[in-house]
Design a protein. Structure first.
Lengths: 343, 463
């Protein structure tokens, strides 16, 4: 094993970044502050429909990077400093940690109790979506017979075609993105393929970068040929037509974006109304249209039920945040990846 | 039902059921406390094991790398802790100087030392929690010292398990309790049914029906009551009979003398001759006296019958009875010229009876002998085996055999009897004999005719 890089490295992700973008929905007098990692374009139809149905409410939406959102939520919880009314993040291990720190308020309704146990923890954290981690590829540049349908085929491809794919494979930068970290960490738990994959990435000079939308744009433009572990929902929403989606057949990770109401929220009951709205049939229909709930249809996905691996909202996710585990994992990751080029 | 009009005293059923319910309630409280305590203990043990297992898992995963203890936090430890699916978790790995190596700074550290795993209660973000503290010693070339692993978990699953276990234990107990109440109710009711039957039997009875109730086919306790009631009713029956007899006797016996008196009185008023009127008045007087005697006897008989039922028996020496009667010399009024001879021994002759009744009976015997017999008259007492005998004898030859056969019946008045003769006297004697388990014996003797009251003798030492 390579030497462990000291804890100081972790501090790189610590400084609080400001939100990436903000917007508002509706014109009601009561303003609900929602902090989320979801791109505005994707969440917009849900919030528009919500404020339409609830004229007394308007939603102040802040889009954050997952690590920054985790830090700001933690600080809001500990210091009571400008807490959000609801937090909605794809980095579910960070959300679970916030709940574990008693930062969340409890809420129970018929809709929340209908959720399966893997998508609900302590009635304080709810998984609202079902999004696969997929491989995206450029349909113009990757030959049909070369398209990898599993991680093994991806490994073989990188080994057999070193020149074509060198520097043209991308994945999340796990230090910049909590979601990328979560995916990679679950890969490491899920199968031994992960070690081989890291080595393959290292040999192929793979690029670790951020974030889903940007990676997909680069795949469309041909800058990257294949992107590993990007959010399927983002690929589905991308305008480019030359981006193909692969649900790896060995296993596909499914993530449920987690929603929580901070314990010190100013408008907890309004946040609960938003929760119930997203879980309602109408809300779920919109969410599905936006690709946030992947159709559970085998003929369409070609995925065996046993290959669907959900990341459950359960305490073992806390391991992903352990200081020693993070240090070791990131060190291992850095060994494999060269510093990402400036885009 | 007419019973609604009765004063509503607390029924026996209500009393017994209150008792049964109280016992069951106390039992239920006891069982609940026990079940709760057992449930808590079971839940505590089960989840403490999980906690210790997880802490040991974490401690096992610590390696010394470059002189520093490094934890390779095992997911299995957290899977173990996730057996309590909704409980928050805290953990901390601390070095020899208690600096935090990894985990949560907030996990409370147990005071005191010791290598064994130590469990303790505490709080995690204002929620009750349970903690375990395990230590692992390292003696490597580049690191030596103790690493402490603290793992804590909130108690939601424990409380839920304790509650479930308690409930699981209490549901059958509750069902059993309800069944017991039901069974007890029916048992108590069936046990009390004989009492209801008695009450029902009495309320439906004809007021003049004093025949005994069946006291054989009932529980022993009720049998006692029934037996006592039957005896009471028997007494009542006899008394009523006696009263009825008295009334009908009185009517029967008085009708003729009163009619005679009235006829004689009328003839006196119509008699013009003062001399014959005087004779008629004298006869009227005699009739009236005779009527008085008859009344006396009838009342005396009623009194005797009443006393035999209502006055407790006592030991009586028959010699005293005979002696008192001779001493009182009442008989001299009846027959002034007749001497009465007393024949008694030196030993007491004891019977269990009422002295007054006995002496009434003997008075009647004596006056019959004086009236209808032939002097001399003797009265005596003797003991013959277990028979105590008081006899009265005169020198006559006694009544005819035909009369003798009918003697003792209440209305017996011999066809040849004089105006003041009354067979009622003998019927008193018979009633007394019957009341004290004895009999009347009449026989011709060498001296004449003897009438004896024979009673069971009571030995002196039995008294």
């Amino acid at each position: 094993m390579k030497p462990i890089i000291t804890a100081a490295l972790i501090a790189l992700s610590a400084p609080l970044a400001a939100q990436e973008a903000t917007t508002s929905f509706g014109s009601g007098p009561t303003v609900l502050t929602l902090r989320s990692t979801t791109d505005i374009a994707i969440i917009a139809p849900v919030l528009e429909a919500f404020t339409e149905d609830n004229a007394d409410l308007s939603v102040h939406y802040e889009q954050w990077g997952s690590n920054a959102l985790y830090e700001v939520s933690k600080e809001a919880c500990l210091t009571d400093n400008s807490p959000a009314d609801a937090v909605f993040s794809s980095a579910v291990h960070q959300m679970l940690d916030l709940v574990n720190m008693a930062c969340a308020a409890r809420y129970v309704s018929d809709l929340t109790t209908a959720l399966p146990p893997s998508r609900r923890w302590r009635d304080e954290l709810w998984g609202l979506t079902e999004e696969p981690a997929v491989m995206a590829y450029n349909t113009d540049l990757v030959d049909a017979d070369e398209v990898p349908h599993s991680r093994f085929e991806l490994l073989d491809l990188m080994r057999q075609n070193p020149t074509k794919y060198r520097g043209h494979i991308a994945t999340y930068d796990i230090e910049a993105s909590g979601l990328g970290y979560l995916y990679a960490f679950n890969d490491s738990l899920e199968a031994t393929t992960f070690g081989a994959l890291l080595e393959g990435f290292a040999r192929a000079d793979a690029v670790a970068t951020c974030c889903s939308a940007e990676i997909i744009d680069d795949v469309a433009s041909g800058r990257f040929l294949i992107a590993y572990n990007v959010l399927g929902s983002y690929v589905q929403n991308a305008t480019a037509t030359n981006v193909g989606v692969i649900l790896p057949e060995d296993y596909t990770l499914f993530l449920s974006r987690a929603y929580m109401i901070p314990a010190n929220a100013t408008h907890p009951s309004e946040a609960a109304r938003l929760l119930d709205f997203i879980l309602s049939p109408k809300g779920q229909r919109i969410v599905q249209q936006m690709g946030l709930v992947f159709p559970d249809d085998r003929s369409e996905t070609g995925l065996l039920p046993s290959a669907r691996r959900f990341i459950p909202l359960r305490p073992p996710l806390l391991v992903a945040l352990d200081r020693h585990a993070t240090e070791r994992f990131i060190a291992q990751w850095r060994d494999a990846f060269a510093a990402p080029p400036i885009p | 039902m007419g019973s609604l009009a009765l004063p509503r005293a607390k029924s026996l059923l209500a009393r017994v059921m209150t008792g049964v319910l109280t016992i069951l309630f106390l039992g239920g409280v006891l069982v609940t406390l026990t079940a709760w305590s057992n449930g808590r203990q079971a839940a505590r043990q089960a989840y403490d094991r999980i906690l210790i297992g997880a802490a040991n898992d974490i401690a096992e995963s610590i390696r010394i790398i470059d002189g520093q203890p490094v934890t390779d936090l095992p997911v299995s430890a957290f899977e173990l802790l996730a057996q309590a699916p909704d409980d928050r978790i805290t953990y901390a790995v601390r070095g020899p100087d208690l600096t935090l190596l990894t985990g949560h700074e907030t996990a409370p550290l147990r005071e005191g030392r010791g290598d064994a795993a130590q469990l303790y209660d505490g709080e995690m973000n204002d929620e009750d929690a349970r903690f375990v503290d395990v230590t692992r010693r390292f003696s490597e070339r580049d690191f030596s010292g103790v690493v402490r692993v603290t793992v804590g978990q909130t108690r939601r699953a424990r409380d839920q398990m304790a509650f479930d276990l308690t409930l699981d234990a209490l549901i059958p107990v509750g069902v059993a309790g309800a069944a017991l109440v039901l069974v007890a109710f029916f048992i108590v009711r069936s046990a009390l049914r004989p009492l209801e039957a008695i009450a029902g039997g009495f309320s439906q009875r004809d007021p003049y029906d004093l025949t005994p109730l069946d006291d054989q086919n009932v529980p022993a306790e009720v049998g006692v009551i029934l037996h006592a009631m039957n005896r009471f009713m028997q007494r009542l029956d006899r008394q009523i009979d006696a009263m009825r007899n008295l009334i009908s006797d009185t009517a029967h016996q008085l009708r003729t003398p009163v009619a005679a008196i009235r006829a004689q009185a009328e003839s006196v008023t119509e008699e013009g001759d003062p001399e014959r009127a005087q004779v008629a008045i004298a006869r009227l007087l005699k009739r009236t006296r005779s009527l008085g005697v008859l009344l006396d006897q009838m009342l005396s008989r009623a009194l005797v019958i009443h006393r035999t039922d209502s006055v407790p028996r006592a030991l009586v020496d028959l010699r005293d009875v005979a002696l008192d009667i001779v001493d009182s010399r009442d008989h001299e009024l009846l027959a002034p010229n007749v001497e009465v001879e007393l024949v008694i021994g030196s030993d007491p002759v004891l019977v269990s009876a009422d002295e007054f009744s006995l002496s009434e009976a003997v008075k009647n015997l004596l006056s019959n002998a004086l009236r209808y017999g032939t002097p001399p008259v003797r009265i005596g007492v003797k003991q013959d085996g277990d028979r105590a005998i008081l006899w009265v004898e005169d020198a006559g030859k006694g009544p005819d055999d035909a009369v003798l056969a009918r003697l003792g019946s209440r209305f017996e008045r011999t066809a040849s009897s004089r105006e003041d003769s009354a067979g009622i006297g003998l019927s008193i004697v018979m009633a007394v004999a019957q009341a004290f388990d004895g009999k009347v014996e009449m026989q011709k003797t060498e001296h004449g005719f003897s009438v004896a009251l024979v009673l069971p003798h009571v030995a002196e030492d039995q008294a």
